[in-house]
Ligand binder design. Structure first.
Ligand code: AMP
Length: 280
């Protein structure tokens, strides 16, 4: 696996690969890699000739400084996992490389899909995400870019951003990888104590129960049951549980309000903020 920390060096290599007729697949990450990330690398390897993974803990998408400081960083292990998955290129820039001094950042705006759920609880988060993904798309210029459904709202926003600014890049959604017991894999899971990891199962359990009851009981009852179930656990601090139109991400009132429906949840278990979602 080749490794670059400067955009210029990365681009020289990718230019060569492109000239040899290779298609390029791109998997942007913040590192602390787990099998969910590796499933994206595998998807890219299936659909593209050459796979680039980036690891960059993007400061502009953290609205909470402590969260940024606490974010796990495991570069040595990440390299090993990527080698093992036969990733072709690792791009690990420093903050200065992605955010040169005095650069004016674009003011991205995505309308109603940005202001709900994560957008409401993490002000500025998606502006930061769009800013870095736009920069990485410009640096890598992939044919396809792979994103997890685990971050469903992020996937929707990046799909919209790519349509507007990078129509030549195809955004490929990848299913959520879960632990055996149901917990969605996340880099943040390593911050959970063994007890908290068990407590966190309430999120996936509630989502799966919602899936069973979808279209059998009114949306409002399903939502209320889910909220009560999570709030019943004193070790979990619920931020939101919402049943939304999978395209507009706005809450629905009736099952017939949308063709595709998604239940999305965010909660804190101890100090760790977790999100998850499921198709209903
Ligand atoms: P992150 O490093 O958390 O920014 O995630 C990088 C990419 O991996 C994003 O597209 C995430 O949606 C995706 N991802 C994270 N966790 C999972 C998972 N459990 N299953 C599938 N994709 C995931």
């Amino acid at each position: 696996m080749l490794e670059f920390s400067r955009i210029e060096d990365l681009q020289k290599n990718l230019h060569m690969m492109r000239n040899q007729g290779n298609t390029i697949g791109f998997v942007p990450t913040m590192g602390a890699l787990h099998p969910g990330h590796i499933s994206l690398i595998k998807a890219s390897k299936t659909l593209c000739d050459f796979t680039v993974c980036s690891i960059f803990v993007n400061p502009t998408q953290f609205n909470d400084k402590k969260d940024l400081e606490r974010y796990p960083r495991t570069l040595e292990k990440d390299r090993f996992l990527l080698e093992d998955a036969q990733c072709d290129v690792l791009f690990v820039p420093e903050v200065d490389e992605m955010y040169p001094n005095n650069e004016k950042l674009p003011d991205f705006s995505f309308g109603p899909i940005e202001s709900v759920m994560e957008g409401a609880f993490r002000p500025g988060h998606f502006k930061g995400v769009a800013t870095i993904v736009d920069k990485l798309f410009k640096a890598v210029q992939p044919n396809k870019a792979f994103f997890g459904e685990k971050d469903f709202q992020q996937l929707a926003i990046i799909t919209l951003m790519a349509k507007r600014l990078h129509p030549e890049i195809e955004v490929i959604p990848c299913p959520t990888f879960r632990e055996k017991e149901g917990l969605a894999m996340s880099s943040r899971n390593v911050l959970l104590s063994p007890e908290e990891k068990i407590t966190a199962l309430i999120l996936s359990k509630t989502l799966m129960e919602a899936k069973k009851n979808a279209r059998k009981i009114p949306v409002a009852s399903l939502t209320q049951n889910a909220i009560s179930q999570i709030k019943n656990n004193q070790y979990v601090e619920l931020e939101y549980f919402q049943v939304v139109n999978a395209e507009s991400l706005q809450e629905i009132k009736e099952w017939n309000d949308a063709k595709k429906v998604r239940a999305c949840v965010a909660a804190r278990v101890g100090k760790v903020r977790l999100i998850d979602n499921i198709e209903l």
